[in-house]
Write a protein that binds this ligand. Sequence first.
Ligand code: M6R
Length: 359
Amino acid sequence: QKDGYRFFMEKEIYEQADVITDTLLGRLSVDSVIFDELDKSLFEGINEIKLCACGTSYHSALSASYMFERYSKIKTSVEVASEFRYREPIMTNDTLFIVISQSGETADTLETLKMAKKAGLKTLVICNVDNSSMVRLADSSILTRAGVEKGVASTKAFATQVTIFWMLSLYVAKLKNSLTSDEIASQIHLLREVPASVKVSDAMHEKIKRLSKRYLHGHGFFFIGRDVFYPLALEGALKLKEISYLHAEGYPSGEMKHGPIALADPELFTIALLPQHLLYEKSKSNVEELSARDSTICAISPIEFDKADDYIRTKEHAHYMLEFFEMMVAVQLLSLEISIRLGNDVDMPRNLAKSVTVE
Ligand code: M6R
């Protein structure tokens, strides 16, 4: 069943190109995104989007907030479901409430969906499981088509969620005329390149396998990035925590100097996401500051960075979102290889369940 892979997580990382192809299938024309499952009236009278989720799905929601504001020009906020449900939130009916869940059964997320429905909001779920509780409850649903995900550490579900959000932000941009037809067409062209960008190259996997042995015995990891690479940094840190049991934190690169940099020393490993097409110089200078304080740096970038101790080279892409997807694969593989070297059960990490259906 693992088809020669050591763990389901590894198999699922390698499956990402195929499942993203499925996610895109029939949903792209030359200059528009097609969601037959959505009624266009879903967005009528909507001035705000609120996203709510847990764990990895929360990270994809956070990445969506950048895309909805940048491309769809619609005010967007993101909430951790376990917080949202108890904090007496203000909900107005010009808000579209979107929940994100691989399983569609996560108790806290399901509860927020019930709250939003009760408050009379329009609701949408982005989910991987048809006929799950959330799909049955929400007004509308978009299925991510990632297939069954067995590894407790989510990989391909995250990849397809982010793909859907990129598409949905363009779908809304078309409805709201916030991007021109040409701009949408060129982004659709890029979307078609996502499967190729997540294809695992032997060179990258081998490099990460070799490099992983340097990263087993520090006192912690920082994953840092800016803009959409910040949610990716959070996701990289979560992956590593889940399966390696090493301490890891995701941070916006610009936050380092506000406290965390005090931890910098050679035993503090910084995994720096340095895309070419988004705030490269700003991100680089944050990494230089960490390097000057002797943190061990692993740069993930298409541009070689002389202050880095290690370097995972990504390809040159035409757009930062394609860089995002390739870097996503790099952080997934890094967690996988560190966990394997530590002798852990990658697919069944201690203390965790695939689906959290109780509070
Ligand atoms: O099924 P859901 O997407 O609602 O699950 C949410 C989280 O429990 C889940 O993403 C969790 O964080 C994963 N183990 C992450 O790898």
